[in-house]
Ligand binder design. Sequence first.
Ligand code: AP5
Ligand code: MG
Length: 212
Amino acid sequence: MNILFLGAPGCGKGTQSKMLIKEYGIPQISTGDLLRSEISSKSELGNQLKDIISQGKFVNDEIVLELVSKKINSPECKKGFILDGFPRNLSQAKSLDKLLNTINIQIKYVFFIDVPSELLIKRCVGRITCDTCGRIENEYFSDFKEGDKCGDGVFVKRADDNEKTVTNRLKVYTEQTEPIIDYYKEKNILHTIIGGEGPATELTNQIFDILS
Ligand code: AP5
Ligand code: MG
């Protein structure tokens, strides 16, 4: 089962991916997470990425494609995968098609999570993520705060989740990512998840219904 999540920053791609991992046991390929882990490694590439991501701009297509290609070709993705945050522009979408054609697999479901834009900044600015297990919570919508414990880990904020950077991420999303919604619509594999402002579990149920 090969699945792709599309949607604006803060729409819930990561949150829904985690629900699918639990249910179907297939791995999530989040390009944002892969890039952040490169930054944490403090490599030369990581330092360059840090600047780009903190401005809310997109990382170069070749770098991202290389990361995705490695993952898709790894044994952990043999039974399927969940793409989260890739592709993000038309060129990446076409590169993904080429990559998948060479290994003879296809994306079966593209889920576009549609969330009113006025909610997205609050979702990102309030987001906290466990630095150990990756659990995603929100300071506005849950009892957890930055610095609280989560098992052996601690909830932390992402460096790109300040209002200025989020505003730019939303602008870049509208200009570069939104157009690929039509690309997948034309392929007849797009499913729009409606009521994206509602509880995460309701959205998960919509997704499970489509997958079953
Ligand atoms: P990335 O990490 O992918 O960030 P993003 O696309 O901006 O998306 P987010 O992770 O912010 O949001 P999400 O949809 O996962 O929401 P979440 O589930 O966490 O990319 C970061 C950066 O890396 C990019 O800006 C770019 O620089 C670079 N990059 C990444 N991929 C790239 C690519 N392919 N090409 C080039 N550059 C790339 O939820 C958000 C919050 O809302 C959480 O607090 C959550 O608890 C809450 N929430 C979720 N759902 C609900 C709900 N239904 N109700 C209430 N609260 C909810
Ligand atoms: Mg995410």
